[in-house]
Design a protein around this ligand. Sequence first.
Ligand code: ATP
Ligand code: SF4
Ligand code: MG
Length: 428
Amino acid sequence: MSTTGTPGPALSADGRSAGATSVGTLEPKEAGVRRLPGFDPSAPLLQVEDLRVRFPTGDGLVNAVRGVSYSLKSGEVLGIVGESGSGKSVTSLAIMGLLPSSAQVTGSIRYRGQELLGRKDHELSRVRGKGVSMIFQDPMTSLDPVYKVGFQIVETLRVHDRKLSRQAANARAVELLELVGIPNAAARVDSYPHEFSGGMRQRVVIAIAMANQPDVIIADEPTTALDVTVQAQILEVLDTALDETGAAMVLITHDLGVVAGMADRVLVMYAGRPVEIGSVDDIYYEPRMPYTLGLLGSLPRVDSEGRERLTPIIGSPPSMVNMPPGCPFGPRCPLHIPECDTEEPPLFQLGPDHNAACIRTDEVARAHGRAAEVFDETSADTLLAQDVYPVELEIAPETERDAVPAGEPAPDQADRPGGPTTSRGESA
Ligand SMILES: Nc1ncnc2c1ncn2[C@@H]1O[C@H](COP(=O)(O)OP(=O)(O)OP(=O)(O)O)[C@@H](O)[C@H]1O
Ligand code: SF4
Ligand SMILES: [Mg+2]
C-alpha cells in the first residue's frame, strides 16, 4: 500500500521542526509491502541477471556492461564500487529504462517478479519513482532550474496519484523537505534550485526520490559533488530516509569509505562486470580479488595497525572496445601470471555469499586485506624513490630555470620535462 498522495499525519505528524539532517516520519514500515498493481509483493525485490549493454560508436561496439547479476532484498543496502568507466551508471540507467535508444541491452531485470527489460516507456513510468527511484550524482541534472523546488516535488507526487489535490501535495512537499533537513521548509518550498547550496539541492533530490516511498532507491554517487562535511550530512539523510521508508538501496560510489558505513553487501565492478561480491566484512577484511585489494590499499584505514603505506593501482582500465582475451585486470595486477591471459576468469564461489573473479584467490587470501603485501612493488614510496619515473621527475639545472626573461611568467609544473606541454614558446 502506498502512502503517496495521502495527506495528513503520515509525515512529521509529531510536529518536530526541521533539523540538521532529518525530522518527521513516514508511514511506519509495518504498514506492509507497498505494491504496484500487477507486481507480486512476495517476489524478490530486484533481480538483475546477466545484464549486458553495448553502445555502437564510430570506433566499434563499446561493451559498457558485460554480465552484471545481483539481487536485492527488502531493506538491504548494496554498495556498488569501481573506478570511473566501470559501468556503474550504465547498469543503473538500464534498470531505470533511461538509456539512449541506441543502446543494445540484453539479460533480465525483474522488479517484484516482473520483467522490466523490453517494456515500453509508459509502462516503465509506473515503476519509476514508486517502485524504483534514482538519485543522480549532480543534483542540477535532476532538478529543473526554471521550476520552484516545491513544484517539482508536487509534480512527482501527482504523477503517481492523480487524485491528490495541489494543496495536499504542497503540504506533503513541505513535510518531505523537513524530513531531509531543509530549515524553514514552509518558506523554502518556494525557492528555485539556484537559491539552494549544493548540499541543500541534494537534499531536495533525496526528498523527490523518496516522495512516493519507493521500494528501491538507486543512489548514483550521491555525495561525490559535495565537500566532505556536507557528504557526511547527506549520508545521514540517506540513512534516515531508508529508516523511515524501509526502502532498499543500491549505493553507487567510487569511494569504499562511503559504502563501509552504510552497505550490507558490496559489489566491486571492473571493466563492465562484477569482479567481487560479498558482505562488507568479506570485502574489507578478506577480499579475494587483487583489484578489490588495490582499492582498499589506496585508502587510509582507521583500523590499520601501525604505519601502513598507501598502495595505488598503477595504470588505467582497458578500452571497452575489442577487449583482449584473459583477465581485464591483468596488465595492472601484481599477481599476474601467464595463465591469467588464457580466458577471463568467471566469478568463483568462495563462500555462501562471497564470489571473486580471479584464478589466484588463495594467494590474495594470504594478504588478509593488507594491500601492501601484494602491491608493494608499485607503492607510492617506490614512486617517490623515482624507481618508476626517474626521468620525468628530473628537475632542470638552476641556471636554466633562472633563464626566464624579465616580465615573462616562470614555467609551471606543465613545463617540466615529461609534463603535458611546454607552454612557453608554444603558446607565445
Ligand atoms: N551513450 C554512450 N555511448 C557510448 N559509450 C557510453 C555511453 N554511455 C556510457 N558509455 C561508456 O560506458 C562505459 C561505462 O560508463 P559509466 O557511465 O557506466 O561508468 P561509471 O562506472 O558510472 O563511471 P563514473 O564513476 O565516471 O561515473 C564508459 O566507458 C563510457 O564511456
Ligand atoms: S586472474 Fe590473474 S591477472 Fe586477474 S586478478 Fe587474478 S591474478 Fe590478477
Ligand atoms: Mg557514473
